[in-house]
Design a protein around this ligand. Structure first.
Ligand code: GDP
Ligand code: MG
Length: 170
């Protein structure tokens, strides 16, 4: 194992959906019930070994607020993957996903892998977005769909491993 594959990745989506919590769970395996809001964007890295290849994720965690929107292209430009997060307990955050997919297709690079994470799936009783509906819509527009929970860690690692399987071979 001699080489490290570097993967620029960006998290997008409405505020409060759990973008920072997903990153924290993936990078440090922790969860904070009162995660402080992200200002602008933050940067973290994590290296994982998949199929004998070291993959270094360079993760840009964006704030999601509209006032920072003009800065967002800096983070998704050149990204190999974008994880768009919504909150399964807030239907309107799924609407934001559609806007992000559109923007990525128009302004981003063609080969950015788009992953959509329906987060907070531990809150089943408060669910507003049905799984099958979301999955069908996302897969129809070429995205990879997951339901995750940063709280219980459900599907967090799987999602990042899946991303490595979709990277172009080089
Ligand atoms: P961001 O604005 O998208 O970065 O969202 P945060 O990561 O700051 O999370 C917003 C709030 O949702 C925080 O209070 C988190 O503790 C909470 N949260 C994040 N992920 C989950 C989850 O999977 N389940 C539950 N129950 N709460 C979550
Ligand atoms: Mg955040």
């Amino acid at each position: 194992m001699s080489r490290v594959k570097e993967v620029k990745l960006v998290l997008l989506g409405a505020s409060g959906c759990g973008k920072s919590s997903i990153v924290l769970r993936f990078v440090t395996n922790q969860f904070k019930p009162f995660q402080e809001p992200t200002i602008g964007a933050s940067f973290l890295t994590k290296t994982v070994v998949v199929d004998e290849t070291a993959v270094k994720f360079q993760i840009w965690d964006t704030a999601g607020q509209e006032k920072y929107h003009t800065l967002t292209p800096m983070y998704y430009r050149g990204a190999k993957a974008a994880i768009i997060v919504y909150d399964i307990t807030r239907k309107q955050t799924f609407g934001t996903v559609r806007d992000w997919i559109k923007e990525l297709r128009q302004m981003g690079s063609e080969d950015t892998i788009i992953i959509v994470a329906g987060n907070k799936c531990d809150l089943e009783a408060q669910r507003e977005v049905p799984t099958e509906e979301a999955k069908t819509e996302i897969e129809d527009c070429g995205g990879i769909f997951f339901e995750t929970s940063a709280k219980t860690a459900q599907c967090i690692n799987d999602m990042f491993v899946q991303i490595t399987h979709h990277l172009p071979r080089d």
